[in-house]
Ligand binder design. Structure first.
Ligand SMILES: Nc1ncnc2c1ncn2[C@@H]1O[C@H](COP(=O)(O)OP(=O)(O)OP(=O)(O)O)[C@@H](O)[C@H]1O
Ligand SMILES: [Mg+2]
Length: 561
């Protein structure tokens, strides 16, 4: 059995590859999508749907959307303790691991985790760290659109086609162009925007709703309910051309008619940001829009009518949704796990991927008879097939110079400082007053899109010990050890409690929204739940939970009609 994880901005999934095919694994609530939200409930950790419910009623007790802070040192406060994004991601991963172990009856250690193709070195390292903190051995990182293509390609094993994967998730946008032939899946190019996703559309709509209703969109007390309302409205507009919003937020009544056209106007600036990555991926792939045989939509946010229409217009064809857009990345990650483990069922499948960024270092260039520093010297160009290894020779600028120092960058700007600094490496060279000393810098990009650098001095053959300096947001060995301790100290709710906590939180939130006689009705739901928990009959409890959720769905539904 091989396991693959889609660690998403809004939802995460785990899938297993067995009997020659990938399958999704349900969580303790029986769902395959686990919201990427963690929360404290009575001082104990909960993850997923229950945590999402808590984030609405007690935002200070919950954290979400932390994938956006991967590779930064942003801290999220949960109760009395600060956690960084890898630590919070590790909590989600640990929950998925527990679900997989409960479902498959085996310990889960080796996993492949998907990352946005446009995730940089620091963000990738943060995902690796999260895996370790969760007690997992991350055998490989796979780019999300590549995972989607893998699931898709396996599904249509005999297809020969040029495919464009258009992946708009909750927080990230990725485009990959692939060539499928005779069991070979070749990624030709990837591009994207690591800060563009469905949540930005929700946010834009939330601001509009707030402005129209005379509310402050940034008011932390209103924000969770406002975002929830905007999310409901956004999803509603994916199936209906217009909706009617009726709600009360912090005592202010909201009564708005919203049409798709209005929504499209509000979100137009976001739509235009889809163009650049599409153009770049197409350009780098060497194909024209006309040559693309299929456009595959991935990610929940591609359910928006405007996004589909945009993809269709731009690529001059109707996009297809082959497999479930929410699930396809996790399925592909499991396929990749099977490929890494050389599962016999995949003997005839070959896949190659590319790096989405250019990697290089800073250099000085001669201008007249002086040298000016700060120019970017690419070593591995973007969209090179990975793994790959390239080298470049650099020389001292001055005679007698004793140290060669290289700063390593990732990005597409000719000026080093406009690219992302990944670290530095330094090497001592002999003091030479007659000739310039030189060194070979070798960059190796591995299959997970992670970089290794080494430097060899030509005259002495001496290699530089790899001292890529620690950057803000990067976790050292010591940080990871500390995080493991922190996690061990965190009390967990038993997996079986998740369903009850989720329902209880929903009831409590509904109580907060309701008034007068509706309040009594809601309070009574809580009494029913407590009675069923005390009675300890699992069948009655399961049936009751289902009924109560349904009742709450109906209760919430008249907020958006
Ligand atoms: N019916 C719908 N209409 C509009 N948007 C939707 C719909 N269903 C889901 N979404 C949006 O899709 C997004 C979540 O998609 P998905 O689960 O693919 O993202 P993710 O994998 O968590 O994020 P990422 O891949 O960016 O890390 C959310 O912003 C959600 O609001
Ligand atoms: Mg995703």
């Amino acid at each position: 059995m091989h396991f693959g994880v889609d660690l998403g901005t809004t939802n995460s999934l785990i899938a297993v590859f067995r009997d020659g095919t990938p399958q999704l694994i349900p969580n303790a609530l029986g769902q395959v999508l686990t919201p990427s939200v963690v929360a404290l409930h009575q001082g104990r950790l909960v993850v997923g749907e229950a945590a999402r419910a808590i984030s609405l009623s007690q935002p200070a007790q919950a954290a979400g959307l932390f994938k956006r802070a991967m590779g930064t040192d942003r801290a999220y406060r949960l109760g009395q303790t600060d956690y960084n994004a890898p630590e919070l991601s590790a909590m989600v991963l640990a929950a998925l691991k527990a679900d997989a172990e409960a479902h498959c009856g085996v310990p889960v250690s080796d996993v492949v985790i998907s990352v946005p193709a446009y995730f940089n070195e620091l963000q990738r390292k943060a995902v690796r760290a999260a895996g370790r903190i969760a007690g997992l051995n991350v055998t490989r990182l796979i780019n999300e659109p590549t995972a989607a293509a893998l699931a898709y390609g396996l599904h249509e094993r005999d297809a020969e086609a040029k495919i464009l994967v258009f992946d708009l998730g909750g927080g990230t946008f990725d485009v990959s162009v692939l060539d499928l032939f005779e069991g070979v899946i070749e990624v030709r190019a990837s591009a994207g925007d690591a800060f563009l996703g469905g949540e930005d559309f929700t946010d834009a709509l939330a601001r509009y709703i707030a402005t129209q209703s005379g509310l402050d969109a940034n008011d932390p007390a209103l924000r969770p309910a406002l975002i929830k309302l905007a999310e409901q409205a956004k999803v509603g507009l994916s199936s209906d051309a217009q909706i009617h919003l009726q709600a009360e937020l912090g005592g202010t009544p909201i009564d708005l008619h919203l049409t798709r056209e209005r929504f499209d106007d509000i979100t137009a600036p976001l739509l235009t940001r889809l163009a650049a990555p599409l153009d770049r991926a197409l350009h780098d792939s060497g194909f024209t829009a006309q040559q693309i045989d299929k456009v595959v939509l991935v990610g929940g946010a591609t359910r928006m009518a405007a996004v589909r229409a945009y993809a269709g217009r731009k690529l001059r064809q109707f996009p297809v949704i082959g497999l479930d857009p929410d699930q396809v990345v996790a399925l592909g990650a499991a396929v990749q796990a099977a490929l890494v483990a050389r599962d016999a069922a995949l003997d005839d499948v070959v896949m190659t991927d590319v790096s989405a960024f250019t990697l290089g270092c800073d250099t000085a260039r001669q201008i007249g008879n002086t040298y000016r520093e700060g120019y970017f010297q690419p070593i591995i160009e973007r969209n090179s097939i990975i793994p790959t290894s390239r080298e470049e020779m650099f020389s001292t600028i001055q005679l007698g110079q004793e140290v060669l120092r290289f700063r390593i960058f990732q990005g597409e700007s000719p000026l080093a400082m406009n690219n992302l600094a990944l670290g530095e490496i330094e090497v001592k060279v002999p003091r030479n007053m007659e000739h310039h000393e030189s060194a070979i810098v070798r960059f190796t990009y591995d299959v997970s899109g992670l970089l290794e650098v080494d430097v060899t001095v030509q005259s002495t053959g001496k290699k530089a010990s790899l001292v890529i300096s620690k950057l803000a947001g990067e976790m050292s060995e010591a940080d990871i050890t500390a995080a493991l301790k922190k996690m061990a100290a965190l009390k967990q709710h038993p997996r079986d409690d998740a369903a009850n906590i989720h329902l209880r939180t929903r009831i409590e939130a509904a109580y907060g929204m309701a008034r007068a006689e509706a309040r009594d009705w809601v309070a009574n739901l809580l009494v029913q739940l407590d009675a069923a928990i005390d009675a300890q009959d699992p069948h009655t409890l399961t049936a009751l939970r289902r009924d109560l959720h349904k009742a709450l769905d109906e209760f919430e539904a008249h907020y958006v009609t």
